[in-house]
Design a protein. Sequence first.
Length: 135
Amino acid sequence: MKKLGTVTLDQNEIGRVRSLRIEVIRSAKSWFNSGTNDVFHHNVKVDVLANSQAISYFSFFVAPPELDCAYYDSAGQKDCNPKVECCLVPYYVNFTEIGWNKFILYPDGFYANYCIGPKLVSCPHEDPDIEGILK
């Protein structure tokens, strides 16, 4: 089993965390770059440790983790039809191009990818806070 990501919280942080996101896409990049359009299945296991001892996941979380791997599957986006389904539109904001590099030194920009699709199909944003704003 390959370890994809980890987060460490101290005792003070645990009580303040409403949601926790662990970035694993870079570690799991090979899953999406197989060069084939075959359907694939991968299992993801979430272990919760307290003082290096395994404890129940539901001691800290009220729902199972949300895994939206299809959102990042760029291979399927080539054939995406926004009239029928949600389609990821890659978009990079470059601070130099818009003249903001004089007061934003780092990073050089950010990805502001978004989804498009018909109104009858739900295209939720990957970040629940942003999804709430969009509604």
